[in-house]
Design a protein around this ligand. Sequence first.
Ligand code: NAG
Ligand code: NAG
Ligand code: NAG
Ligand code: NAG
Ligand code: NAG
Ligand code: NAG
Ligand code: NAG
Ligand code: NAG
Ligand code: CU
Length: 655
Amino acid sequence: MIMKLRITSVVIVIHTLISGAITKRGTPEERQNYDISYGKPTNSNVVFSTPQECARDCTTSKSRLTCYYHFTLECYTTMNRACNLCKPSNTNPLVHPPQCQCIEGDGYERSVLSINRMLPGPSIQVCQYDRVVVDVENKTPALEATIHWHGIFQEKTQYYDGVPYVTQCPIHSGTTFRYQFMAANAGTFFYHSHSALHKINGQYGSLIIRQSARADPQYKLYDEDLRTHVILVSDYFHEMAEDRYPGRIIRSPGQIPDNLLINGKGRWTNLDTNQTTTSQREIFQVKRGNRYRFRIINSFSTNCLAELTVQNHTLLLIAQDGDPVVPKPVNSIISGSGERVDVVLTANQTVGSYWVQLTGVGPCNRAELNQLAILQYNGASNVPATPEPTYRPEQPGIKYNQLNFLCNETRPEAICANQFRPVIKVESTILKVKPDYRFILPFGFYNYDGQENVLYQPGTYRHFLIPANGIPFASHINNISNVFPSYPPISQGVKKYCNGNKLPTNCTVPCECSHIVDVKLNSLVEVILYDTFGNELIHPFHLHGYSFHIFDIGNLNTTGKDNQMKNVIADHDRKLKGQKYKLLPRKDTVLVPSGGYVIFRFNATNPGWWLFHCHFIYHMVVGMEMVFHVGNDDNDLPRVPKHFPRCYNFKPEPF
Ligand SMILES: *[C@@H]1O[C@H](CO)[C@@H](O)[C@H](O)[C@H]1NC(C)=O
Ligand SMILES: *[C@@H]1O[C@H](CO)[C@@H](O)[C@H](O)[C@H]1NC(C)=O
Ligand SMILES: *[C@@H]1O[C@H](CO)[C@@H](O)[C@H](O)[C@H]1NC(C)=O
Ligand SMILES: *[C@@H]1O[C@H](CO)[C@@H](O)[C@H](O)[C@H]1NC(C)=O
Ligand SMILES: *[C@@H]1O[C@H](CO)[C@@H](O)[C@H](O)[C@H]1NC(C)=O
Ligand SMILES: *[C@@H]1O[C@H](CO)[C@@H](O)[C@H](O)[C@H]1NC(C)=O
Ligand SMILES: *[C@@H]1O[C@H](CO)[C@@H](O)[C@H](O)[C@H]1NC(C)=O
Ligand SMILES: *[C@@H]1O[C@H](CO)[C@@H](O)[C@H](O)[C@H]1NC(C)=O
Ligand SMILES: [Cu+2]
């Protein structure tokens, strides 16, 4: 339990490894259990604090800690025999012994890539300005990985951003890589593997950075900010994600997930038999009369969007992607992969249990994915009185991010990400009429329909993905379908790369090349991103190393998008000159309306090699990524630590 904790509310549910009393330091026994899964540092003179010590009350804590975590990456199986060792007891169905190595998931047996035999992986919960040290030990046989700390700026530790072949070499099987960074920016974040498709196979978890009472501008809006009130939602296959890449046509075509999970938990109904698994559902406990801060994290990987509602409860939205905003009430939260939203839930309904409902919306709506968790008031049974809600595509009430994205005017039924006022003051220089750089970035797909002779030309190996319709495609930004260099530019430089202005003459569209644009340190960068494709897809674009200011989000007609964008940009310039932009909320991940556009800006104050990409893992692996290279490596970037791992091609002279 975290802030402003009252002794009466120390009735804690130990149903996940992250629960427990945290204003206290915990009994030695609890601490020991906690340590089993997180590990203990060895061979170090630094005083490390345990995860439990670090997940303390930040409102009063004055000390800064060095928080240590040990992540063990493995191939693992859900519903295995470990689950027999740790059945919840009858007296308290919620109690799982903390050292339990059972992953239930949705009750379906499958292979996963786990971190510490948990799903999600261990929750990192620290106070602002703590140091976070994570040893990632890769025990997955013959699979490489990296872990990215989504939303963390990594100033001064740019080489710990966790992007393979950009900021580090991947962590090879059998080796351990230590990440260490300052928890400098506060808010709701998460971590996930940035290697290929590992994320949806299970390599993800929450990362929460709390603030002192004085530093948190939203402090007065809630009474409690509990460690257990993290709502991490994810999509889930019943097989490894690689089985869907590049994609089959006959059996399980496409990349629509089989199910959704809430904090790694849920149930699944087999539509062939109508049987439903009996796996646990997540339960969030509240006490009537209190206001609770909930931290919602979208850890989806596919093009499915998430809609989250809490029956009979309005949610007061207080932060987007970690950045506090002037609060507004909403009834449902629609989010895409990589987005986070903080809300305050006032537990003022009749004492009882209420459904927390998560549905898959957008392009995956035909799969009618539906998952449930429970909001339980103290003193009520944990079974809601009303029947389990079934799938419905869009919930009634005020929606955060309605799928039609009419974001240019206020409407009673929906509110867009660009319509919030940031609490932290916006630097007026961001409004300069002429930015130092204006990147106009059309993105979309290159369709190989009828071009099979190109795609499958012997001796060539272009990347591609096959969605449910069976037509292979590659994705691109500004006609470049990104492939990474063979070694990370941050530590080993880069020889050949492309940007939209200088495509190699002999590179045919879509040009497979490392897509990198150079930007001077402290320059004002404007990005105008538009979707040339549409067709229901709503791409969430994420920028590493920064949060950006959203200027505009809008729709375009289906044809003549390039010309329409000229009008949009002219209009944007008029608005800049007329000083019409008033809100400019910060985000690090933004949904681009289907076939529409987004305009954002950031002040490039953080040097580095920053990935900018669609957050759908299957779009990433076929090229929807690029890198903003900010600053000069020699003068602006810190040197990588001694013995930083290197990787390269090996091509000795022929003998
Ligand atoms: C499953 O339940 C649905 C709805 O009740 C019904 O239409 C369907 O026939 C059932 N299928 C099987 C295999 O029992
Ligand atoms: C709670 O929500 C249900 C529908 O989910 C509705 O039927 C009921 O009237 C609501 N109760 C209250 C007290 O608002
Ligand atoms: C519950 O709290 C919400 C949010 O503060 C408020 O809008 C609503 O009117 C309250 N309902 C009751 C029954 O007090
Ligand atoms: C907002 O956009 C819609 C269509 O994209 C348009 O019909 C409407 O006039 C616009 N509203 C404003 C205030 O510009
Ligand atoms: C960017 O930040 C730097 C350093 O704080 C500042 O000097 C510069 O004026 C800022 N530029 C813009 C356009 O905000
Ligand atoms: C991108 O490629 C398409 C198809 O070859 C071409 O029509 C278009 O002009 C290109 N755009 C740019 C910005 O090069
Ligand atoms: C492209 O052109 C460069 C230099 O003109 C040449 O070295 C390279 O081999 C060419 N690549 C292909 C794929 O033709
Ligand atoms: C889209 O088409 C409508 C009707 O032809 C037109 O009024 C509108 O201006 C167009 N939108 C844009 C962004 O050009
Ligand atoms: Cu995408």
